[in-house]
Design a protein around this ligand. Structure first.
Ligand code: DGT
Ligand code: CA
Ligand code: CA
Ligand code: ZN
Length: 587
């Protein structure tokens, strides 16, 4: 997104400029000036935009005329020509080398100068030929480490799905809970914040015998390799290739370490500034009555929990999902943080498949399973005929299915069950129409409209989705951007324009909680919320056990600031039936 940049974004770019200059062999004074300026900006007590508007940047120590001009350009336009040219002037392979563990700008420069290394591939070849070991300042050991680093980078350094990370983190956390030396423990980092993809798993524990906890941890099943093991810290690679860091602290430090390592970095920066504004210092060791950086226990403000830390900084408790510096501070100050949805609030789901299209289970199996889960309803929305590869239904088969669901529901009622299957369709949004005529759609309880074959043009996709929203029989748009995390980018679409159309027509938007999708993304829900557009948390289940996606979806809805009243499947069956009738009655 272009446009005005805040100080964290500007600081990040200055930091990168420093690194790139070092990589290109600039003199150290110049490169350090950028790193220093970045740090100064992060610590600023007022918005950068104000400083720029009042032309006061130059008054800050360490910011000369050249930096002032660059920062102003970034704040005003969101871009910096100098930075873009600098990046373009360096071979891309050289920049990629920065990602290899153990390699900084200085070493990369030496490798380039003496061995012509300007890519990961060339580095690997030079290591294998034994040339790196011969270089001054490198040696055999460094060469071996670099080869390992390259290997690890290839296999492990990628991002991982939230769901894959939870599956391996939860047993480890359970094990820690049972460890007699552990007092408290928790996940931290992006996993605790419920980011849709995570870099690594962070765990935190408190103990009087940290070394024993570390020894206990590295002996757990599911650990492929121990990368680092110290007195209070360990890093391991788990099956599946995910790195996991455990830190062990004293129980007094636990809440502070938990808040710090949960992050995000952006959230932490504001927390630290709030402390400074109150004459305090906040870091991973504590909140201290001090104007300087310290970890002196005598100065620590006593906090038993994260709630206490927020309280000391004049804030209500901020749930981890909201700690992204996306408005939680303003909302906290005005006491308007949302009462977030819980997954146990959900009464059913409105987008699911059966073996009539590409799902695995029969209608009867689905009804039994979902009733057992304690749900109240489950809509069957199989594909329409245009999705022939998914065995989509034509109108004839759809009407047979409506009949079959009616018979199943009659049997449920007959044995006194309140659970109901709902009839429906995930109807394809085609180029100039929907895959079913309105008279067919009118026979269904639930209609989800999804764009499965998008155009490459943003305007075209936006137009098709708006047309779908304008159809009186379409209750909701399914997986609005079509993205598959770590696999396929979203198709181009003007999301805000589609949200506006949904607001105007009373159409809901799905939060598809298949862990590859989480679509619509959590970042867009606050906008939808201000427009009054309701969310439907849908597992898009193709097998019964995928009902479990609802829990992930509720977490993602929390990350999108959603409350029960914004979530359609918080309604019970009669409330839902009423809500389903509302849009149709407007036309
Ligand atoms: P990830 O692992 O890339 O998905 O993202 P995180 O957020 O888990 O990041 P990670 O694992 O590097 O660090 C865990 C937390 O530690 C992070 O959310 C905030 C805190 N943290 C790490 N480095 C810094 C830093 O340089 N400054 C501040 N303020 N906090 C940091
Ligand atoms: Ca992490
Ligand atoms: Ca980490
Ligand atoms: Zn679909």
């Amino acid at each position: 997104m272009l446009g005005a940049m805040d100080k964290e974004q500007v600081a990040d770019i200055l930091q990168q400029i420093g690194t790139l200059l070092e990589l290109s062999g600039e003199n150290p004074f110049k490169t350090r000036a950028y790193a220093n300026a970045a740090r100064t900006l992060e610590g600023l007590g007022e918005p950068l935009a104000t400083l720029v508007a009042e032309k006061r940047l130059g008054e800050i120590k360490g910011i000369g005329a050249a930096l002032e001009q660059k920062i102003t350009e970034l704040v005003k336009t969101g871009r910096l020509k100098y930075y873009e040219e600098l990046k373009a002037s360096l071979p891309p392979g050289l920049i990629a080398l920065l990602e290899i563990p153990g390699l900084g700008p200085k070493k990369i420069q030496a490798l380039r100068k003496h061995l012509g290394v300007d890519s990961v591939e060339k580095l690997e070849a030079a290591c294998r030929a034994g040339k790196v070991a011969e270089l001054e300042g490198f040696g055999e050991k460094t060469q071996t480490n670099l080869l390992e680093g390259i290997e690890r980078h290839r296999t492990y350094a990628s991002k991982h799905l939230l769901s894959d990370s939870l599956i391996v983190a939860e047993p480890l956390l359970e094990a820690l809970r049972d460890c007699p030396d552990v007092i408290r423990c928790s996940t931290a980092g992006s996993l605790r914040r419920f980011k849709e993809v995570v870099g690594d798993i962070d765990l935190l524990a408190s103990s009087k015998s940290p070394a024993e906890v570390i020894a206990f941890f590295v002996a757990q099943p599911g650990i492929l390799k121990v990368i680092a093991q110290g007195e209070t810290k360990a890093s391991v690679i788990l099956e599946g290739g995910i790195q996991c860091d455990l830190r062990v602290v004293s129980d007094t430090e636990f809440p502070f370490a938990l808040a710090y390592f949960t992050g995000s970095k952006e959230h932490n920066i504001v927390m630290r500034q709030r402390a400074i504004a109150r004459g305090l210092r906040l870091n991973e060791y504590g909140l201290f009555k001090s104007k300087e950086e310290t970890r002196d226990p005598a100065l620590r403000v006593a906090c038993a929990t994260e709630e206490d830390i927020f309280g000391a900084l004049a804030l209500p408790y901020v749930p981890p999902e909201l700690r992204e510096d996306h408005g939680e501070f303003a909302a906290g100050e005005s006491n308007s943080l949302p009462r977030l949805i819980e997954w146990t609030d959900l009464k059913g789901a409105l987008h699911n498949h059966s073996n009539w299209s590409d799902g695995h289970n029969t209608l009867a199996e689905i009804a039994d399973y979902m009733e057992d889960l304690g749900l109240a309803y489950w809509a069957i929305t199989d594909h329409s005929k245009a999705s022939f590869q998914a065995n989509g239904l034509d109108a004839v088969r759809l009407r047979e299915q409506i009949q079959a669901i009616g018979e199943l529901n009659a049997r449920l009622a007959g044995r006194g069950s309140d659970f109901r299957l709902l009839t429906g369709s995930e109807v394809d949004v085609l180029k100039d129409r929907l895959d079913f005529d309105d008279d067919v759609l009118a026979e269904l309880d639930v209609v989800v409209a999804s764009l499965h074959v998008p155009s490459s043009q943003e305007a075209e996709n936006t137009k098709r989705l708006i047309r779908a929203a304008e159809n009186p029989f379409v209750h909701m748009l399914g997986h609005l951007t079509g993205r598959l995390l770590l696999r396929r980018e979203p198709y181009p679409v003007n999301i805000e324009a589609v949200i506006d159309a949904c607001a105007a027509t009373g159409t809901w938007i799905e939060l598809n909680c298949n862990p590859w999708r989480f679509d619509l993304d959590w970042r867009h829900w606050p906008y939808a919320k201000t427009k009054g557009v309701l969310c439907v948390i849908n597992p898009d289940a193709h097998r019964n056990d995928q009902a479990g996606y609802l829990r992930l979806g509720a977490g993602m809805a929390r990350k999108g600031w959603l409350e029960p009243k914004q979530v359609v499947n918080d309604l019970n069956l009669s409330g839902l039936r009423q809500a389903l009738g509302k849009k149709r009655s407007r036309f």
